[in-house]
Ligand binder design. Structure first.
Ligand code: ATP
Length: 642
């Protein structure tokens, strides 16, 4: 094990990270290319013109604006909650806007956007019209990751050097031998994970296949850790994952402090942010009064202008001194309030990169928990580890990997996560084995291909169905039907209209069958998934045109695989799309992504595809073997001939 060139590995990682940043910036510039606002609008990176509808202050006294775009502007856009934007005025008709203020998108719909501004009050020019918003390139995450890797490369600190060796495979992780930890609410493998975490001195890894209660286990492990440590750091790569954990910990009456921009957290978690906690602190009234008084004195001092004699000058200086002293008192009180809040928090929750937030400057933790660690870039994972003595990872490297923009960087190693490296280098992982989501026929293929056949279905779910005689898994083979894929010329994404038609024919029949049996209410949710965006859009349109009653329509969602990660539905349809004479399967060869798709269904899974095209790939060859084994094969001709 010894002798691995860790320094070279980290230097290479830093180079790959720079490549990734360049690729990201290039993609951003491509979208922004062309100075015309109309062109930018068409590319989805700008709304212009916009209307300033409302302004208000949130609980933490941050300025929020609501804007809208004209109803005829219906172009798809790339604005999302958490994105950094610039609100600008084009009154001078210039391409580059001198009058601009930045903010972060809170929430966005087709026509409206709420933005938390990075300024305290709105500049005057905002009221003169000709306003727009556009996306900005957010360099912050890259900056923090680069800084972290540089620190890691140059560190002389003993413990960090040791952690570097352990996590990258140059030294073995150590464990103590404390008595068995057992939580009566957990199953055997979950208890084994708790026990391992309890004994880990450097690293422990919870490997959580779909539906195996990873989140439940992480929450219990945090509760257990808090019995011996007064505070833990809890991180995840995305804001959504951090919020989910913060919510679950809150339900257990744990005092959680959520560090991060309020625009980036969900409504439910707002009360746990530092902004909100400061505003609710018992001493906040005093802080506000001090700040107000200081502002008033400063304003009064500024007013003494005419007949400016010696006495006035003295009075002005006195007011200024008084104002400065009040301001210093306010800062002191603010510092006290923030420290009080941090000190009382049992869990500090933030994104990986958010662990470098200045609020946490100089703080260290005994343990950091990193959830969804298999979706985190390695440089991001190191950010909170630099502040911690040991790390507990949770995730599943057999599901979605991190999103990487540079194909070259991904291939050269950026796609390998620290989670994966730590699993390979140490005997520190426990795989959760009992799953609580799927009928065992749905589970078994994934279990065989990804989890060494070790998953078991909990008694409650192993045989569940929408109705007793229902077939749990169906593969509908379109081979020989001539349902060829097409490519959207603009987006280059593939779609297959006839396959979508077949899918909806099956769904319509299934729904009427349930209706006829009076079982409609037993079906709570249906997910329709495709790896191809163009197919998703086409199917969303088809679903919208179906004129379903509201109750049924609300049960059905169509989306990409990525957006279904972490979710589950009673029934899942998967449209594989690819059908060509050369056996080209493109995106479908990403088997980890397919593992996510195949494990979203609770009670019924219907996969539609062309066996002649997909069957040439070993993964789908095995899938088709499995389909035959469980007698789940159907030909599309069964539906066509009707
Ligand atoms: N030991 C257990 N006993 C009974 N139910 C459990 C147990 N562990 C987890 N569950 C249930 O299993 C379901 C999935 O749990 P959880 O959300 O923790 O899973 P997960 O592995 O995080 O899911 P995902 O696949 O989305 O990552 C939940 O309904 C949870 O209550």
């Amino acid at each position: 094990m010894a002798g691995k060139n860790i320094q070279e590995e980290l230097k290479n990682l830093l180079t790959l990270l720079k490549k990734e940043k360049d690729a990201d910036l290039q993609q951003y510039r491509k979208k922004m290319a062309g100075t015309s606002l109309k062109e930018r609008r068409k590319k989805g990176v700008c709304w212009y013109p916009i209307n300033l509808e409302k302004t208000k202050y949130d609980a933490g006294e941050r300025l929020i604006v609501k804007i809208s775009r004209p109803p005829e502007h219906t172009d798809a856009h790339l604005f999302q909650s958490g994105k950094l934007i610039s609100l600008f005025s084009n009154s001078a008709g210039l391409g580059d806007h001198e009058d601009a203020v930045n903010g972060v998108v809170n929430s966005v719909t087709k026509a409206h956007m709420h933005i938390t501004m990075n300024v305290d009050s709105l500049p005057d020019w905002l009221h003169h019209g000709q306003l727009g918003v556009q996306l900005l390139f957010d360099e912050n995450a890259y900056r923090e990751m680069e800084r972290t890797l540089t620190t890691l490369l140059n560190t002389k600190e003993d413990r960090l050097t040791e952690m570097k060796k352990i996590l990258l495979g140059d030294k073995s992780a150590r464990f103590t031998d404390h008595a068995t930890i057992r939580d009566l609410g957990l199953n055997d493998s979950q208890n084994a994970a708790l026990h391992q975490i309890h004994n880990a001195q450097d690293v422990a890894i919870i490997h959580g296949p779909p539906g195996t209660g990873k989140t439940t286990t992480v929450v219990q492990a945090i509760l257990e850790t808090l019995k011996s440590e007064s505070q833990v750091l809890v991180c995840a790569p995305s804001n959504a994952a951090v919020d989910l954990l913060a919510e679950k910990l809150g339900e257990q009456n744990i005092e959680v402090l959520r560090i991060g921009h309020p625009a980036r957290v969900t409504e439910e978690i707002l009360s746990k942010t530092l902004d909100a906690k400061v505003a609710n602190h018992k001493d906040y009234k005093d802080l506000k009064a001090l700040r107000k008084q200081a502002d008033e004195y400063f304003a009064m001092a500024g007013k003494y202008k005419r007949n400016f004699g010696h006495a006035e000058k003295r009075q002005r200086n006195q007011l200024r001194d008084e104002a400065k002293s009040l301001k210093a008192q306010a800062e002191h009180l603010s510092y006290y309030i923030i420290n009080d809040i941090i000190g009382k928090a049992q869990v500090i929750a933030c994104t990986l990169v958010g662990a470098n937030n200045q609020t946490l400057n100089g703080m260290t933790f005994e343990t950091v928990f990193i959830d969804e660690a298999a979706q985190a870039l390695e440089p991001a994972s190191w950010v909170p580890i630099l502040k911690s003595n040991r790390v507990i990872f949770a995730g599943d490297h057999c599901q979605l990997p991190p999103t990487i923009k540079s194909f070259e960087a991904a291939r050269a190693g950026l796609e390998v996560t620290l989670f994966e490296k730590a699993i390979q280098c140490n005997q520190a992982d426990t795989m959760l084995r009992e799953q609580y989501r799927m009928h065992e026929d749905i589970m078994n293929f994934s279990s065989r291909l990804f989890y060494k056949d070790q998953l078991i279905a909990n008694e409650m779910v192993k045989n569940w169905k929408v109705y007793n005689e229902d077939q749990t898994v169906e593969f509908i083979d379109t081979a020989g039907c001539g349902y060829f894929e097409e490519v959207d010329p603009e987006t280059k994404s593939s779609f297959n209209t006839e396959e979508a038609d077949l899918l909806f024919k099956h769904l319509t029949q299934y729904l009427s069958q349930l209706d006829a049996m009076d079982k409609s209410s037993d079906l709570t949710s249906v997910g329709i998934i495709s790896p191809y965006k163009a197919q998703v859009i086409a199917m969303q349109e088809q679903l919208a045109s179906m004129e379903l009653d509201e109750v049924t329509a609300n049960k059905i969602a169509v989306n990409t695989i990525d957006s279904f990660q972490g979710q589950e539905r009673d029934v899942i349809y998967i449209s594989l799309v690819r059908s060509n004479e050369n056996g080209e399967i493109g995106f479908l060869s990403d088997t980890r992504r397919m593992n996510v798709a195949l494990t979203r269904a609770r009670k019924k899974l219907i996969v539609i595809g062309d066996s002649a095209t997909i069957g040439q790939h070993p993964f789908y060859e095995k899938f088709l073997d499995y389909i035959n084994e469980i007698d789940a094969y159907h030909s599309a001709f069964e539906w066509i001939s009707e």
